[in-house]
Design a protein around this ligand. Structure first.
Ligand SMILES: CC(C)(COP(=O)(O)OP(=O)(O)OC[C@H]1O[C@@H](n2cnc3c(N)ncnc32)[C@H](O)[C@@H]1OP(=O)(O)O)[C@@H](O)C(=O)NCCC(=O)NCCS
Length: 189
């Protein structure tokens, strides 16, 4: 089954695939999470996590597809897909809103992977008819704030004392997102 959403070459020539997370990714996701720097853990989970247990990884990977969307970026190593980045959104009940998060492996940051993931999340959220995307970010997380600003997120409030700020972006309607997808496909031909 070809479930690739995006495929491109990283700066060092490695081919990367973006697709939805699958249950059989869990063991390799656990390995990848346990290799993250303290800084990446803090920026994504807002705390220090010493070790990601099987249970913790299962909670991250096993999603309700009706309310959540979870993407993984993998590289292929000796025929094995190794996760190097991920992005998700979780829908909020009856509000047509969702919250996103992103996590790029330390060695892969600053190469446009976060931008691709966030754009894919925005596209899917629009196609699902959601109207607003939010994200909680540490106030000192400059890369995330910069990336969000460049994709037209706004800061809702300043830091509330817990070191976290909230980003928000209105989403285009599903019809206009579909229309843009068609135009993109035609232009690529
Ligand atoms: C924050 C994060 C998601 C950004 O993803 P990324 O793949 O590293 O970022 P990209 O390469 O797509 O960069 C996109 C933009 O972000 C900004 N950016 C990226 N790295 C930056 C850095 N080190 N300093 C300042 N700005 C930076 C730039 O504006 C860049 O745009 P440019 O390509 O025009 O320069 C990633 O670094 C990460 O996962 N960090 C750890 C976890 C985290 O912070 N998650 C966010 C909270 S949910």
């Amino acid at each position: 089954m070809n479930d690739t959403i995006d495929r491109w070459q990283a700066a060092d020539g490695t081919w990367l695939d973006m697709r939805q997370m699958r249950p059989d990714d869990e063991a390799r996701v656990k390995q990848a999470l346990n290799m993250l720097s303290a800084n990446a853990r803090r920026n994504r989970f807002f705390g220090s996590i010493a070790e990601f247990s099987d249970d913790a990884v299962h909670r991250l990977v096993a999603i309700d597809p009706h309310k959540e969307y979870l993407l993984v970026v993998v590289r292929c190593e000796d025929g094995v897909e190794v996760p190097i980045a991920g992005g998700r959104f979780v829908e909020h009940d009856e509000q047509a809103e969702c919250s996103f998060s992103l996590l790029i492996g330390d060695a892969w940051q600053g190469q446009g992977i976060g931008r691709r993931l966030l754009k894919a999340l925005l596209r899917e959220a629009s196609l699902r008819g959601l109207r607003t995307m939010r994200g909680d970010v540490l106030a000192d997380n400059r890369p995330m704030l910069q990336l969000a600003r460049s994709l037209h997120f706004a800061l809702v409030d300043g830091e509330q004392g817990d070191g976290v700020v909230q980003l928000v972006r209105e989403l285009p309607g599903a019809a206009s997102t579909r229309w843009r997808s068609v135009v993109r496909k035609v232009l690529r031909k």
